[in-house]
Design a protein around this ligand. Structure first.
Ligand code: NAD
Length: 497
């Protein structure tokens, strides 16, 4: 979607990098286009950070760490984070408008999830750091005088935050919140598809008095651009990344020479397992959201659905009705049930899987193409919600992450078979199980190889609990005190008495 262009005399970037508390254009004058996925209209030009800006951002972040930010008491730091949360809420409508413009997602969705969670991420981690205890041991020593041994947490340093486009503010602040709460400084590289809310957050930081250089934003792409420049910069102390598994692999290589730690939240091919004893309506409702919410562009979404045979036909029919009830349309329209995909490039990828499913002989229960849209919307990245049955498990459509509003549904006969099918993937992010049998729920949840297993719900989580992926879906856990393991280092102090 985006095209890099040179800044001409007439064109000025409307979205700038944020470095040391100032909005700055790249010295190169390079910009790229930010277009709406709804109708392809130009939202603005984004200044693409080059080596000079990335270097400046990292050095500014380092200086803030040693200077005004590092000098703050924890209580002063957390007060600033509460102020950030309050200021996001005060400017809620601006954040909502910016997020919806970049992503095209229904405003109702962003109003209930993206923006409130964006604010909450600062508050929750301010609460967490204030309340976490530290280890303390009294040691015996041969001279009988003893020693005390305790651990203190210190910030890791300058954290590179690399974020995706599907839940831009939510996922970016999920990292920035704990990083700052722990006393680190950050350089954020938002997705090139969704540069707006990270930039707006710079205004918030200035407004509430977060010291300059604590929060920095560099815009650009991945390889050969701001993303790679940031991960290769010798001045960063750790990288936290959410995105595709293969991007995670590239970042790991980039930091390997300097042995920097990484926290990765990566891709998935999540299963939903629906037992015949489920609350049928709740299961259809829940799976409908898990498959189609945010046009299927949710890492925790379900693309493989396994349904116990006695209710298979009835379930497929009900899920079909759910898919067909989702009306595509403008984000601000209250009747809109489905936004567009993020970009023409991503739609081509999703459509290639729609084609593969047909080629491999899938039964297309519903969808499979591009909906007819009126006037300007015809230029948008719309796609039909799609359900398939009848594919072998080895099919690329069943194995690979598509990241669109689609799923393959397959019957199963036994609990063991359901567990085996759900686990037969290189990913391990999330699973959702639907059953009214409590013993079965606990038994199956314990056997599913994922970071989070939902029972009779989806996308529900207390932010104090651990979040992350198993297998190729991630490295590490974030959330609550678990974030502290990544964003701080434990220093051991031993005092001989
Ligand atoms: P992506 O990997 O293409 O890009 C993510 C970010 O990485 C972007 O900011 C991009 O510019 C940057 N990037 C790309 N290549 C890079 C490189 N070589 N070096 C440094 N930075 C680089 O992912 P996406 O398309 O933005 O997001 C969709 C993917 O994210 C899906 O795979 C989805 O499952 C995953 N995701 C995972 C979670 C989770 O919590 N596990 C959450 C949301 C999304």
């Amino acid at each position: 979607m985006s095209q890099v262009s040179k800044l001409s005399a007439q064109q000025t970037a409307s979205i700038l990098n944020f470095i040391g508390g100032e909005f700055v254009a790249a010295a190169s004058g390079k910009t790229f286009e930010n277009r709406s996925p709804v109708d392809a209209r130009l939202l603005g030009l984004v200044s693409e950070a080059g080596e000079a800006e990335v270097d400046r951002a990292v050095k500014t972040a380092r200086a803030a760490l040693a200077g005004p930010w590092g000098a703050l008491e924890m209580a002063e730091r957390t007060e600033l984070l509460y102020a950030v949360a309050n200021e996001i809420n005060r400017r809620f409508d601006e954040f909502l408008e910016a997020e919806v413009a970049d992503t095209g997602k229904p405003a109702s969705l962003a109003r209930h999830i993206d923006i409130p969670r964006g604010a909450a991420n600062f508050k929750i981690f301010a609460d967490v750091v204030k309340n976490v205890p530290s280890e303390f041991f009294q040691m015996a020593t041969p001279d009988k005088k003893g020693a005390i041994n305790y651990a203190i947490r210190v910030p890791k340093g300058v954290i590179a935050v690399i974020a995706p486009w599907n839940l831009p503010l939510l996922l970016m602040t999920w990292k920035v919140g704990p990083a700052l709460a722990c006393g680190n400084t950050v350089v954020v590289k938002p997705s090139e598809e969704t540069p707006a809310t990270a930039t707006l957050l710079g205004e918030v930081m200035n407004a509430v008095g977060v010291p300059k250089g604590v929060y920095n934003v560099v815009h650009g792409f991945g390889p050969g651009s701001a993303g790679e420049l940031l991960t290769r910069h010798p001045g960063i102390d750790a990288v936290t990344f959410t995105g595709e598994t293969r991007t995670g692999a590239a970042i790991m290589k980039a930091v390997a020479d300097r042995v920097r730690p990484v926290s990765f939240e990566l891709g998935g091919k999540n299963a939903g397992v629906v037992f015949a004893d489920c609350d049928f309506d709740a299961a259809v409702e829940g799976m409908g959201r898990a498959v189609f919410a945010n046009c299927g562009q949710v890492c925790l979404g379900t693309e493989r659905v396994y349904v116990e045979r006695p209710i298979f036909d009835k379930f497929v029919a009900a899920l079909k009705a759910k898919a067909e009830s989702l009306k595509p349309g403008r984000p601000e329209d209250a009747n809109t049930g489905l936004g567009p995909l993020i970009s023409a490039e991503h739609r081509n990828k999703v459509l290639s899987y729609y084609g593969k499913a047909r080629d491999e002989g899938a039964t297309v229960v519903t969808g499979g193409g591009i909906p007819k849209m009126e006037s300007a919307l015809a230029n948008g990245c719309w796609i039909e919600p799609t359900i398939w049955t009848g594919l072998p498990e080895e099919s690329a459509v069943v194995r690979e992450e598509i990241f669109g509003p689609c799923c393959h549904v397959r019957p199963f006969d036994t609990e063991d078979e359901a567990v085996r099918l759900a686990n037969a993937t290189q990913y391990g992010l999330a699973t959702t199980i639907w059953t009214t049998n409590l013993a079965r729920a606990h038994r199956v949840a314990a056997k599913i190889e994922v970071g989070i297993c939902w029972v009779n719900c989806w996308f529900l989580r207390d932010l104090r609990t651990p979040f992350g992926g198993s297998k190729q879906s991630g490295i590490g856990r974030e959330g609550g005190v678990h974030s502290l393991e990544f964003y701080t280092e434990l220093r051991n102090v031993c005092v001989k008495l």
